[in-house]
Design a protein. Structure first.
Length: 165
């Protein structure tokens, strides 16, 4: 049941990402952070690793999913969902554990630190965090991920506008 809910949340996130009209994600480069290869809207490859990410208002979650993860359903609350995967031979990519930190800035420069927590459900591993938003708020998300076994953090940025009315 929990696995189905986790897959539903990720599926919903992927669906929303694919249907959203947005600019392509941006990447940042620094001496200690590799530049990502953008392979699709809302996922980026870093060598053998892949980072998938999305944000949505929590009112889009089912009541069961929200209850199971202690999330309040609201148009003014967002859920940031991040998944880390590692290339696994011919079988594609497998979810892996690690550390994820995230923050978001709005157009007025207000910083929103997003506390991320790791969720493991069977083989599924993902990271979720919440923040508040106002109607029309445009956020630039900055995510830094360090998968277990990786030596360099991976940085991803993306922008998204939220509507609460």
């Amino acid at each position: 049941m929990v696995r189905r809910i986790a897959l539903f949340i990720f599926g919903l996130s992927a669906m929303l990402a694919l249907t959203a009209c947005q600019k392509a994600p941006e990447t940042r480069s620094a001496a200690n952070v590799p530049t990502a290869k953008v392979i699709d809207d809302r996922q980026q490859d870093f060598g053998d690793y892949r980072v998938l990410y999305n944000a949505l208002t929590t009112d889009q979650l089912t009541a069961d999913a929200a209850r199971n993860y202690g999330i309040t359903r609201s148009k003014s609350q967002i859920l940031l969902n991040v998944v880390l995967k590692k290339k696994s031979g011919d079988s594609g990519y497998m979810p892996i554990s690690g550390k994820v930190s995230a923050k978001a800035n709005n157009l007025t420069g207000q910083l929103k630190n997003i506390s991320m927590r790791e969720i493991t459900d069977g083989e599924a591993v993902y990271f979720i965090g919440q923040s508040s938003v106002t109607d029309g708020e445009y956020l630039t998300f900055s995510i830094e991920a360090l998968p277990t076994g990786a030596t360099k953090p991976m940085a991803v940025t993306f922008k998204q506008q939220f509507y609460t009315k």
